[in-house]
Write a protein that binds this ligand. Structure first.
Ligand code: MF3
Ligand code: CO
Length: 248
């Protein structure tokens, strides 16, 4: 379980998280119509390695790239390709992990390319709001279920659905640690949150049904109904009444 207390370890976590944020910021500026998803991955990888870090996702269970790029109906884990171009109106999920000095950072954004439909914009906005409400619930003494409850309530109140088949996670020396952090849940249920616990909170929000499928590439997750999906993720540390958002 990813508990950090202070000193050297916390410094390392903050550094990995800083690198992840730097990559996401630069990728958001880079993404425009005509850019390929392979170019997005290459730039992300170059920045991570330029910071003396290792891409957390590369070779993780055989994942072939440094950045996951998931467009429109793709929920998460899209594999970058030189044949896939971003186009005006797309919503593009970019998910980045960096490992340095023994610790991982992990975060994701959904970038709107040029003019997107009002429906797509609303979905993205609600996804960020849900993530931030989930983070607010991640305080010492609360439970994992409080996080999921906060996320799910906001998503469903807006007529969207949360993905159940994939979850957020503890993070630290390994990319995925306990506990799992579902984007649904019941208040007061699940393991108790303690100060210093590191979590990746990452709602995946679908415009239509909650069900997702895996493409034959073994990685890319898509909505079962082909409607849009958005994803936003931060690495945070539970810290009393206000979590520290490490990838802010
Ligand atoms: N943020 C995602 C996760 O935590 C990215 C993992 S991609 C993988 O699950 F290739 F590393 F699996
Ligand atoms: Co994650």
């Amino acid at each position: 379980m990813g508990i950090v207390t202070a000193g050297k370890d916390l410094k390392a976590v903050r550094e990995s998280a800083r690198i992840v944020r730097k990559v996401l910021s630069e990728l958001a500026l880079f993404i425009e119509p005509g850019v390929t998803t392979a170019e997005i991955d290459a730039l992300g990888r170059r920045i991570i390695e330029g910071e003396g870090a290792v891409p957390s996702f590369l070779d993780y269970n055989g994942y072939p790239s440094a950045v996951c790029v998931s467009i429109n109906r793709e929920v998460v884990h899209g594999i970058p390709s030189a044949a896939r171009k971003v186009t005006e109106g797309d919503i593009v999920g970019i998910d980045v992990g960096a490992f340095k000095n023994g610790y991982h950072g992990d975060a994701a954004d959904t970038v709107m390319v040029g003019e997107v439909s009002p429906e797509a914009r609303k979905l993205v906005e609600i996804t960020y709001e849900a993530r931030d409400l989930g983070i607010k619930a991640a305080v010492a003494g609360n439970c994992v279920g409080d996080i999921g409850h906060a996320v799910q309530t906001h998503v469903e109140a807006n007529g969207y659905s949360v993905v159940h088949q994939l979850v957020g996670h503890g993070i630290g020396r390994k990319l995925h640690e306990s506990p799992q952090v579902p984007n649904y849940g019941t208040r007061g249920k699940g393991s108790k949150l303690r100060n210093g616990l590191l979590l990746a909170i990452e709602p995946m929000v679908n415009q239509g049904v909650a069900e997702v499928r895996f493409l034959p590439d073994g990685w890319t997750v898509v909505t079962a109904d082909g409607k849009l999906s958005a994803h936003a993720e931060h690495t945070i540390m539970v810290n009393g009444n206000e979590p520290e958002i490490l990838t802010a």
